[in-house]
Design a protein around this ligand. Structure first.
Ligand code: SF4
Length: 451
């Protein structure tokens, strides 16, 4: 059977969607390969969150298109967010592309690839017409449910919903991922039970706006939101050691969800809580639906519920109209909260988003300066944290070979700190007590605490 290589750009949702596509193709008999050179099918699962992400995928596809001239029967295609937002127009720029499949049609990729190969077999001299499938499909959120676990894999992503109705003025996600659509609670719990039965010890619940899961589809019960009900049900799965979720929105944290951090022992003490800006003026212009004071109150409430909780965040610098004063407010809030880490993005105008045509677009050098300044502040905070935590004991879930240094194993603490230890197969997949011995500020080194 032909071989397939899938390259994934962007977020964990994309990684999860690629896994589902890989699983479907494998079940149709395709061989999944690690390298594109020899692959008969090359699929790029794309991201549109910033222009740079799109340009990277387009650049890659131009290279693939060039190579395809020597391998007429190769199938090359785009999947995901950029495929959704550009659709058939991408073929004008890249005529060698055979397949363009949007974010609500991942379950159709296998059928399209089969069809392209059937046409190749029946008429080797002809080049099949490209296939474009970017329609919306009711229930598509329920098609991301199967896994392709590696041997002794102990962590897994579970997609619980798709789409977002928030419409932040800088964000292209609502137009690429569509409206919020949640999966039935029982199906998600069954998926988690099956993962635990296959040896998984930690699951991360995924959604663009994960803690607003089911707000349009399912009722609150006894003051508990659909997401809190789901979290409680997932945490109650026997044998599941750790639960995480990403990416939440601050407005989705009501007291019932905050209480979960006090009451659910296997809910990990980490929240990725996008801030975007520390200025109320910018938050309003971004349509983020919370204020600086409201965000801080939430942080305080979560710290009361779970004193050891760690926070990471997303911040945009250089949003249209951002003054030096607005930026200072962001810097001050970052210092005050002392995040474990933050993903800092220079504002990138996105197609058909309100912010792209706003007054006060800032020059790139100003964005770069503010980006550097914020990274400096995060380094200072990390250096403080390193002083405090060095020599401390903690527990990691050993995932296996480090992605950056295969001679070491990697694992994460419950507070989501990345820890590297010496590679030793007997620790693979284990919850291991360790002593933190060194840190780069964001990556930690540790030695197992042998009893
Ligand atoms: S909540 Fe997140 S995904 Fe939704 S529009 Fe805002 S930034 Fe985009």
């Amino acid at each position: 059977m032909p071989s397939v290589f899938i390259k994934t750009y962007g977020c964990q949702m994309n990684v999860r969607d690629s896994e589902q596509v890989a699983r479907d193709l494998a079940s149709r008999g395709y061989d999944l390969v690690e390298h594109e050179e020899k692959a008969d099918v090359v699929l790029l699962n794309t991201c549109s969150v910033r222009d740079m992400a799109e340009q990277k995928a387009i650049g890659k596809m131009q290279t693939l298109g060039g190579r395809k001239k020597r391998r007429q029967h190769q199938v090359i295609g785009f999947l995901g967010c950029m495929a959704q937002s550009r659709g058939a127009s991408i073929l004008d720029e890249l005529p060698d592309v055979d397949l363009v499949v949007g974010t609500q049609k991942f379950h159709e990729v296998g059928r399209h690839v089969d069809e392209l190969f059937r046409q190749h077999r029946e008429n080797p001299a002809a080049v099949p017409a490209p296939r474009v499938d970017v329609a919306e499909e009711t229930g598509s959120q329920n098609t991301i449910r199967d896994h392709l676990l590696a041997p002794r894999q102990v962590t897994a992503f579970v997609s619980i919903m798709q789409g977002c109705n928030m419409h932040c003025t800088f964000c292209i996600v609502p137009s690429t991922r569509g409206a919020e659509r949640s999966r039935p609670l029982a199906e998600i719990v069954a998926e988690v039970e099956s993962l635990v039965a296959q040896g998984v010890k930690e699951v991360t619940l995924l959604g663009q706006i994960v803690n607003l899961y089911g707000r349009h589809e399912f009722p609150s019960v006894d003051g508990r939101s659909p997401f809190t009900q789901l979290l409680q049900a997932v945490c109650a799965v026997p044998g599941l050691q750790r639960v995480r979720f990403t990416s939440p929105h601050p407005i989705g944290f009501k007291d019932d969800l905050i209480a979960c951090f006090r009451e659910l022992p296997n809910l990990c003490e980490h929240v990725h809580l996008p801030l975007q800006s520390g200025s109320d003026l910018m938050l309003k212009s971004m349509h983020r639906a919370y204020t600086r004071a409201g965000y801080l109150r939430l942080i305080d409430k979560l710290r009361v519920a779970q004193p050891g909780i760690a926070f990471t965040t997303d911040i945009i610098v250089g949003f249209p109209g951002e003054t030096e004063e607005n930026f200072r407010q962001t810097c001050d809030l970052v210092r005050e909260i002392a995040y474990d880490n933050a993903f800092v993005f220079r504002y990138s105008p996105r197609r058909d988003t309100p912010a792209a045509t706003m007054e006060g677009q800032l020059p790139e050098d100003v964005k770069m300066e503010r980006n550097q300044e914020l990274l400096r502040i995060l380094d200072e905070i990390a250096a403080q944290r390193t002083k405090k935590l060095l020599g401390r004991e903690d527990e990691i879930l050993v995932e296996g070979e480090s992605r950056t240094n295969p001679s070491r194993f990697q694992g994460r603490t419950r507070t989501n700190r990345l820890v590297l230890i010496e590679a030793n197969d007997r620790w693979r997949g284990e919850l291991l007590p360790v002593r933190l011995t060194e840190s780069t500020g964001f990556t930690w080194y540790a030695e197992p605490k042998l009893v």
